[in-house]
Design a protein. Structure first.
Length: 314
């Protein structure tokens, strides 16, 4: 068995499409199919169920995938250790981010990595919320994740605060409160709300719930939207209101307005997370650089634990 066979297997397992996997690996589809067949012959069992319409993992393929991640990670660590002897840090660092939430932080860090760590190859994976980011860290498919804090993963996953942002209301420009300089969350109690997923995977959704809980009502959520910028767009279209962090104010689409809240302040905490003990020299170098580019605020309120129960019905 060769490492490149496992790389091919992982690509097909993640894409579940030989054509896309071949493009990702910068190779033709026929050699990729031959590589998978060699791997299956070496192991003695089929790893994929294939037909003209779909590709899926067999039970054997599902069992092999986490082990393949581990082997490839160990190969990467061994390579990085050898390269470190040259005095320069080499390797690949995979950073996951949500998108709109990171428009102020990710570009600054990525530019610094390219400037100060030129031998590190950077892979950016978008549209990854906090919950999925933590899952991907634990299964080894990413190295660093931009997340909402706290992440509550104990000692396995480490995290660091990089910014805190005040929460405010987002309303359509023709909303009855759009002209106010500040409002109370309770003034939105009868409105329809748009929200990020409320399944515990989104820090912004939980901050929204904290705001409404403190105001004494449960928001009437008419739609959950996974993309934060699309959520803002739906507000601009008049589909409802929301509560969002102030850093999104600068990228509001036309037709939406962010309004400060005059209630007790509620914050969204932005951070980065990584595996505590299982990372390469390249990841270590990026984490060290992030301390300089995205320092932890010297003064901030204590992190508020995530919402544990639903607020009372309005």
């Amino acid at each position: 068995m060769e490492a490149r066979w496992l790389e091919a297997f992982v690509a097909v397992a993640e894409e579940l499409h030989f054509g896309r996997a071949a493009q990702r690996l910068h190779m033709a589809q026929s050699p990729l199919s031959q590589t998978i067949r060699r791997l299956e012959t070496s192991i003695g069992v089929p790893l994929f169920d294939r037909n003209t319409r779909s590709v899926s993992l067999t039970p054997a393929g599902t069992a092999l995938l986490p082990m393949a991640y581990r082997v490839l990670r160990d190969v990467s660590l061994a390579t990085a250790a050898a390269q470190a002897a040259s005095g320069r840090v080499h390797g690949t660092v995979r950073i996951a981010f949500s998108g709109a939430f990171n428009h102020l932080t990710l570009p600054a860090l990525a530019r610094a990595i390219r400037r100060e760590l030129p031998d590190i190859e950077l892979e950016l994976i978008s549209r990854i919320n906090t919950g999925e980011g933590i899952t991907r860290l634990r299964n080894g498919t990413i190295d660093i994740a931009f997340v909402g804090l706290p992440v509550g993963s104990g000692s396995v996953v480490s995290s660091r605060l990089i910014s805190r942002m005040e929460m405010g209301a987002v309303v359509p420009e023709d909303h009855r409160l759009a002209g106010e300089s500040s409002i109370s969350v309770s003034q939105l109690a009868e409105d329809d709300f748009l929200c990020m997923p409320t399944d515990g995977s989104s820090a912004m959704a939980e901050a929204l719930m904290r705001c409404c809980t403190a105001a004494g009502f449960r928001p009437h959520v008419v739609q959950e939207i996974t993309d934060p910028y699309m959520l803002l767009t739906f507000v601009a279209a008049g589909m409802g209101v929301s509560i969002a962090a102030k850093d999104l104010e600068s990228i509001l689409p036309l037709g939406a307005r962010w309004i400060p809240l005059n209630d007790q302040k509620v914050y969204m905490y932005h951070g980065i997370a990584w595996m505590t003990d299982d990372h390469s020299a390249a990841v270590e170098a990026v984490l060290a650089l992030s301390q300089k580019i995205l320092p932890t605020p010297t003064e901030h309120p204590p992190l508020i634990e995530r919402v544990a129960s639903a607020p009372p019905a309005r």
